[in-house]
Design a protein around this ligand. Structure first.
Ligand code: GDP
Ligand code: IMO
Ligand code: MG
Length: 428
């Protein structure tokens, strides 16, 4: 495993954190490449539960190197809280490297994210996106507009202060004019960020070099995906109901400096059903009591925001798409145990569109809300899977479910998640 990627194949929250933690056993370096603290990754180690937002889950293996790649955006105050929170639990992030190119989420990014969400509800025909309000859209917009701040800018306090004042002039026109709220004070922001910077700068360095040098020295690298393919700004299909960064495999190269041909294995994390937080089309969505039962059994409440997640049946048309976009070599099927008590399990295998059956996505993604899923019903296994330790004892209906998915997607399933704990993973 010189470089292995772990990507979310659905709308996020597939259980990537737990999978990264499991595969990190065999890695020397764990890297996050994109997004920010809109992510929420959970790892349960025995009785202890860790929730990580910016930090790669590799930090739970303190001897490994953890990298925050240049494609990420960080909120320095919240990142410090995360590092301190782990420290208080006896976990030191001594081997953390933050790319000097990582962008800074500024306080006005979060404010603008929230205000724009409100404005969309009030008047915009497109309605709310349902963002996490962590400032993700505005920070990546500023990055592309070349008016953002990078963490290395904190090393030059005078220029930083000057540029933040300049930036706030523009943001305050928006805040007071368009949104009718109080302006932000540039100097207060600068003081807070420079103070955080003093503590963060020792972690800041040339992450690209660290990574490339690591590979040259035969270190094994694990890429921790955040969000999911169907939220990808380019390929997520349901624009504008997406995040502002690229969660797909190719985004990992962009966000770290790694060449595409260096990634030799791509694990796609697939929840045995599917969930979505926020707005946007969701063909196989369940509603009413059925949804409530699945949500409660799967504990489908957002890790970052606590919001109830929308839930539905596994959608193999979307999964096939995801497998292609990401170049999956393996599937990790998570939360299998959540379906243990279901007598029957539905899987979307095609869609109906204008009275016709289609088995691939229409080229115009605008049609996504129009698609009616065509389901195949498979028998449930009605056995408690949470104590399974090896793949040779799987109940027949579960083996059939696995074969059905891997047959349709043409990617082998090599790991199963059967519970929240670190050890509740079955190798096939
Ligand atoms: P991520 O964003 O992809 O890392 O996923 P989250 O941590 O946001 O959400 C996944 C949730 O499912 C967390 O509460 C995990 O503890 C939990 N989880 C992960 N894998 C499994 C599994 O195999 N079974 C069960 N029951 N829960 C799981
Ligand atoms: P992890 O890494 C699930 C969703 C938000 C919203 C949309 C845009 O835990 O899987 P943003 O704040 O990014 O501008 O919100 O994207 N979203 C996620 N949903 N898991 C995530 O991350 C998400 N990160 C963003 O709910 O619909
Ligand atoms: Mg999550």
């Amino acid at each position: 495993m010189p470089a292995t990627a772990i990507v979310g194949t659905q709308w996020g929250d597939e259980g990537k954190g737990k999978v990264v933690d499991f595969l990190a056993r065999d890695a020397d370096i764990v890297v996050r490449s994109q997004g920010g603290n809109n992510a929420g990754h959970t790892v349960a180690v025995d009785e202890e539960v860790f929730k990580l937002y910016h930090l790669p889950c590799g930090v739970l293996h303190p001897e490994k190197i953890s990298i925050i790649g240049s494609g990420m955006a960080v909120n320095p105050v919240k990142l410090l809280e995360e590092i301190d929170g782990l420290d208080a639990r006896g976990i030191k992030c001594a081997n953390l490297v933050i790319s000097h190119l990582t962008h800074l989420i500024m306080p006005y990014h979060m404010i603008l994210d929230g205000l724009e969400e409100k404005r969309r509800t009030a008047g915009d025909a497109r309605g709310q996106i349902g963002t996490t309000k962590r400032g993700i859209g505005p920070v990546f917009a500023d990055k592309m507009a070349r008016s953002g701040f990078r963490i290395c800018d904190l090393a030059d306090p005078e220029t930083f202060r000057e540029r933040v004042r300049y930036s706030c002039e523009e943001k305050n026109v928006l805040l007071t004019g368009l949104y009718g709220v109080e302006p932000v004070d540039a100097d207060t922001i600068v003081d807070e960020y420079l103070a955080a910077g003093q503590r963060l700068l020792p972690y800041v360095g040339d992450a690209v070099n660290k990574l490339l040098q690591g590979l040259e020295d035969d270190k094994r690298v694990l890429f921790e995906g955040a969000q999911g393919t169907l939220l990808d700004i380019e390929y997520g299909l349901s624009y504008p109901f997406l995040t502002s960064a690229p969660p797909v495999t190719s985004g990992m190269c962009l966000g770290t400096g790694l060449a595409p041909n260096k990634i030799d294995r791509v694990y796609g994390v697939v929840k045995a059903y599917i969930s979505r937080v926020g707005e946007g089309p969701f063909p196989s969505e369940l509603l009413g009591d059925e949804a409530t039962r699945l949500r409660d059994r799967g504990n489908e409440y957002g890790t970052a925001t606590g919001r109830p997640r929308r839930v539905g049946w596994l959608d193999l048309v979307l999964l096939r798409y995801s497998a292609t976009i990401n170049g999956l070599t393996d599937i990790v099927l998570t939360k299998v145990d959540v379906l243990d008590e279901m007598p029957e399990i539905q899987v979307a295998v095609a869609y109906e569109l204008d009275g016709k059956r289609v088995t691939s996505l229409p080229s115009d993604p605008v049609l996504l809300p129009e698609l009616k899923p065509v389901y195949e019903t498979l028998p449930g296994w009605l056995i408690n899977t949470s104590d399974l330790t090896t793949g040779d004892l799987l109940p027949d209906p579960l083996q059939d479910y696995i074969n059905f998915i891997s047959g349709m997607v043409k990617v082998p399933i090599s790991l199963l998640g059967v519970g929240t704990r670190r050890r509740q993973m079955v190798e096939l």
